[in-house]
Design a protein around this ligand. Sequence first.
Ligand SMILES: Cc1cc2nc3c(=O)[nH]c(=O)nc-3n(C[C@H](O)[C@H](O)[C@H](O)COP(=O)(O)O)c2cc1C
Length: 317
Amino acid sequence: MNPTLLSSPLQGLTDFRFRNAFNKYFGGIDVFYAPSIRFNGKREIKPAYERDILLSNNTGVEVIPQIITSDADEFIFAAEYVQKLGYKELNWNLGCPYPMVAKRGMGSGLIKDPGKIDSILHRVHSESSIIVSMKMRLGYEASDEIFQVLPILEKYPVKSIAIHARIGKQLYKGVVDLDSFQKCVDTTGHTVYFNGDITTVGIFNEMVKRFPMIDHWMIGRGIIADPFLPGMIKNNTTEYPENKIELLSKFHQMLFHDYAQALSGPHHVIMKMLQFWEYFATLFPNSRKELKKMKKAKNINAYEDAVRALFNKEKNQ
Ligand SMILES: Cc1cc2nc3c(=O)[nH]c(=O)nc-3n(C[C@H](O)[C@H](O)[C@H](O)COP(=O)(O)O)c2cc1C
């Protein structure tokens, strides 16, 4: 078996800077889904979204752009826009759990409105040649909402349905509902991708055993918490490379450098890096003291000192 591994998008984290640094030092991901393009009432794409998906900023990495919307005109506008940039596929985010989004009938809040999903897909497929793929939860309020949507998706040539088998209301709590995931696979004729809580090679192998019909696996938080994970899954090993800390240090350096160039002022750069450290910290179980120093850092030097101390400690262990 040769699984296809997909990077599940994390807004604010898996942008082109992360993707490029990840690909340079780790690899193992076949396709990266870009975090959602979101509109704010206007029919325009913000420069930050454009920078994120420009092909020139993503050389050597395969990317699929994503949109979050409940409006057919916005969808068609975004489809034309990404096609002009050179993309053939647009992924539709029906998974976002945040109440501010879901209560406005977007993300996982749209799942309970199959009629609207139908009318949007109808217009998109009549007025655009974009290939549509879906990323969904099981529902917002209840895990059976998706079963009203799957029959509608049968009418359209959607490329794939990635399912994060939780409901929106759960946010990221509780466990993934594997029985409902299986039911989705049994219900739809479309290709289903698995998403949710793959954080180790062991868990990945358990999922492969349980769902032998699945060959596309989306990993979100697990890739940031352990950037070696996709490579280790591909090589079916639980052994880290000997130069693990060196690679992590170089990866961190590239991310840090690229954000320092892009963001204004030390505060913003340190805050951005701390977002990553919330995940990286799992790789460094004895890092409490250094992480505290990073959080307290008021300038770049203090932050870099704390990071250096942590990597040196790990190297000497
Ligand atoms: C901070 C954060 C940002 C996210 N942003 C997006 C997003 O822009 N688009 C999307 O489809 N999913 C987004 N997700 C959901 C993840 O892609 C993924 O579906 C979810 O975390 C479950 O997979 P995992 O357990 O492998 O992380 C986000 C999740 C988190 C924690």
